[in-house]
Design a protein around this ligand. Sequence first.
Ligand code: PBG
Length: 325
Amino acid sequence: MFYRGRRLRSTPVLREMVRETSLSASDMIMLYFVEETDDKNYRKAVASMPGQFRYSLDELEKAVGKDVDKGLRSCMLFGIPAHKDAAGSGAYGENGIVQEALHRLRTKFPSLYLISDVCLCEYTDHGHCGLVTPKGEIRNDATLELLARAAVSHVQAGADMVAPSDMMDGRVLAIREALDHKGFANTPIMSYAVKYASAFYGPFREAAGSAPSFGDRKSYQMDPANRREALREAAADAEEGADILMVKPAGCYLDIIRDLRENFDLPVAAYQVSGEYAMIKAAGQMGWIDETAVLLESLIGIKRAGADLILSYFTSELLQQGIVE
Ligand code: PBG
């Protein structure tokens, strides 16, 4: 006798009955870029991310509205300020672009769950995620206070959850304490706990204009070769008070997603980043792959690895086409 695995694959209904993993709109978080500009009706295409735009506030509201109509539950925002400086002050200014956007979306879409990315790199003129010494080193502890200020300002503007992506040590604790102190003890933190120094962020840096002007991010983001270190980073963030642990990028790091799933009981999120989006889009546009099928396979792989939530630039499209609901 041998195992007849095909018995359970014979019809679509049966295959659906025994399917172990599924994808639904409640797993998916959309990402939007919002740019500070005086122009109205402004929508600037991101060349390396076909289908993605930098929106003015009014256009953002329209784009988000269309997705909310199709069942969007949650989104995360990235801001592109009109002016950048060495201290990234746009990240925590009361009238910063992300704060404005959060405020507008909060008012317009009361049940949309708003997550804000907390980092300085889109707001610093040097493009690094923290303050920089004259010698070009990234200052850890002095940056924490600014990140905490940014997080508080986002929540005051309407964010439901904050997501620090800077990779400074101790930032989850600094943000947790600041939020608690301001009366936001119930606001969760989704930590970019395991964030690798990845070349897959290339298109994002074009979209956000946030490529570092010197050096790279390897002194704070993780070495892609390291797996055990991921557990240390995740443990540190869990200890500091993270409510959700994120792995980023997703596709090349499925083992890490699985490790976090098995070693922690917190929800795990995975971020399918700009370069992953760009590759699937490009091959799809060339007609070299079936874009939707490859996309769904990549997302189900991320879920199967153990992710509860997926941040993906494809979220909007999947909702618009009724592929997830
Ligand atoms: C900010 C941030 C980055 C991404 C998300 N938040 C850029 C970076 O770390 O260089 C990348 C997202 C993507 O590539 O889609 N620190």
